[in-house]
Design a protein. Sequence first.
Length: 495
Amino acid sequence: MEIIIPTINLASIYPEIVVTIFAVIVLLLHAFTPHHSPGGAGKGGDHLGYISFIGIAYATFLVFTQEGGTEYSFNGLWILDNYSRFFRLIFLLGTGLTILISVKYVKDEGINHGEYYSLILFATVGMMIMGGGADLITIFLGLELMSISLYVLAGYTRNRLTSNESSLKYFLLGSFATGFLLYGIALLYGATGTTNLKGISGFISESNFGNPILIMGMVLLVVGFGFKIASVPFHMWTPDVYEGAPSPITAFMSAGPKAAAFAAFARVFFEGLPSLQGVWVDLIWILAVLTMTVGNVIALVQNNIKRMLAYSSIAHAGYVLVAFVSANELGIGGILYYMLAYTFMNIGAFGIIIVVGGKGEKRVNVDDYTGLAYRHPVAAATMSLFLFSLAGIPPTAGFMGKFYIFSAAIKSGYIGLAIIGVINSVVSVYYYLRITVAMYMKEPESAVSGAESMPSLVFSTAMIIAMVIAAYGVLRMGIFPSAYIALAQQSHLSF
């Protein structure tokens, strides 16, 4: 029997190791730290969030210190290239912002436990594994680590029935979708004899790639990844889960895990199944149109802002699928650029939602933002910036991201798809501006009816830092996009 000694290169996974170590440290610190309240959510728990943030910052530093180029390790199970480095930065950025907007929230809600931050860090490790996996098994392991952590986090406010419902729905539907993904992996393995992406690509290119088992495996992978990115018709879980989950976790799920799913989705199809492109491009084209249209149309009638942003998230997945369909260098760069921009603008918007919502998330409807600009002009202006970016209004990162994506579609000859995308983007302006109109063009209800006015908004230091970072990112990527576009274009080379 031949003994294979694996090629172990720990340097290629240093950031993942650091985040894992800090996740364990935070968990142990909470276990051995005295708590000042029966719920274990005393003031001393703030340090857990800051320690977690330090771990994320150090891991980010390690990503920047890694040398460029493409390197396989662990017997081809892991790849370190510009693509995985870029997505690592997106995951770490999303996690860092989520931790900052969580510090005050978890204390107010009485859920300031070490498990909260530890689960966020473990989910981040899962996302990083998905981004660096060069084998279907590696990607699946990362997806499961991420998903299991999110199932718990979605229901972390156990005293709220909506949170419990959110966790249960996400778990049941997520497990079902994972079965599709695993079955697709099994079919590809049965047809090609390997789960390695390069091996699958080589086998298909050298043989008859019209094998129905291969086609069925590919379709099942689309279903599995379609659930994770919340594309239509696999989006059913999104509005209920986003509404019921704690707001910082909703922000986290809308950015990091969605980016991780796209990272794995694109790598599997562009690196492992390029010979089947003529088949899956038509399928993704249909998904892109359905996802953009359904997400935007249903968002028009939502009054709950978290549900509105849930359908908005579905629509944005459709925009990214437009870049996916383009299947060119510009399209791959568009996916990377757009996911980075989306992380800034969506987590920023949820940060304002957390502050306005207050303890217990009591103010999450559009009507609750009536006259906000008169009482809290800075909060209203910041929220408007993020909403303008989500709508794709210049000079924000959202505008440049959509311009980048639709340009890629036109370059590949998908002019009709680009037109549909632009129309959908115009439709989305209505429900984003609804909030802005309520903030700036309607007087506070208390001024009209004498009702009790909204209490003063309290921004913690961590929240202020997160909002400044997010606002800076949105404006910087919108006004000076060239550096980010160049970095995104350099990150597709491994394909």
